[in-house]
Design a protein around this ligand. Sequence first.
Ligand code: SAJ
Length: 402
Amino acid sequence: MVNVVGLGYIGLPTSLMLAAHGIEVVGTDVNIDIVKKLRNKEITFKEEGLEELLDRAIDKGIVFSDEYQVVDYYIVAVPTPYDSLTKRVDTVYLKQAVESVVKVCNNDATIIVESTVSPGTIDRVVRPIVESSHKKCNIVHAPERILPGNMVYELQNNSRTIGADSEKVAKRVKKIYESFCKGEIVITDIRTAEMTKVVENTYRDINIAFANELAKICRYDDMDVYEIIKIANRHPRVNILSPGPGVGGHCISVDPWFLVGDYPKFSQLISTARHINDSMPIYVIDRIKEIMDKNNIDSFSDVGLYGLTYKPNVDDTRESPTIQLLNQLDEKDRDEIKKYDPMIEKKMYKNQLNNLQDFVDSVKLVVIMVDHSEILNSEKLLNDKIILDTKNVIKNLPTYKL
Ligand code: SAJ
């Protein structure tokens, strides 16, 4: 039996996937509201295929609880934010979870940490808790790799990494993941697994920062960055990502800071890339102001931000570029500017509309911050609007670009 600890963005799909593939699973979350919802067959966030997966897992007998279970395997998937001052990983939730696990677990249980951590964290934080418990638990690091918006597919098809102290333990854990994972499962040591995960997200952050820097250069000297990237990417060894209004989410905009925090002397490139990506929401504000000037728009109440989430077709707003942008405006402009997101029902801001047509009707300038399929399918609604398309997705109407 496996006890999945933390039923958030990673723990929930993982627990459901295991259960749907015949593993006996208890999903534990300290938040009783989450547990109650799941017991009620309600999903706690929007994700393609998650509802069906919940039904399958419930049919196979998954149990949800707010208590840690006495079992042989634990999968820990709790948040690991970073301390905004030191830029180092904040392990408070990880510590609490492992402390609770070692209190109840069987003597030789295996604790698999999926949460992203900086290299050395397992040895520094998790191992001492296990050792002081005097239990002979095995520790494994199997960092998650799934992309929000495509989680159910990627859980089954991505390759993944298992870092362990011994091959014997790693092979036992590999068997559990093989129940649903068709991708290659690579066995390595714990520090390598920790570092690899952070490196993957840092690579993407740096690549996006390069695209964003190119966007600024091209804007300054009147060149088309999208055409340039498209042509450059025809080179067999070039693969530049896309510029955008900023980098959000709880992964790419967070993990590179772990390296900056731990290795400040050696991480100039990583740090600069983070700063470039963090500068994009302010750059978008400058573009909005330029376009307002050109078109004689003098009030932010005539401007509308399309999209509050950090990426298309998810309801996740963590570190979202739109929210970063709103935080940079003074209170009056922040209140006045119109906001709309089809994935967000909750009212987060003043002047947040809940219908696309009303939103479009209420403004002169629409700023596309997120490329939800809704707007791609309703481009026509923007017909007589001034458009700033920060994602380069509007195909048949004239637009301003980044
Ligand atoms: N973005 C750009 N330009 C691009 C691609 C993305 O500006 O060309 C922006 C997006 O708009 C978004 C942010 O970057 O704001 C991040 O989005 P994403 O879709 O690239 O990635 P995440 O954060 O949703 O998920 C990442 C993935 N990591 C990699 O692709 C290396 C995922 O596989 C990880 O599991 C996840 O982080 C995680 O949990 O670590």
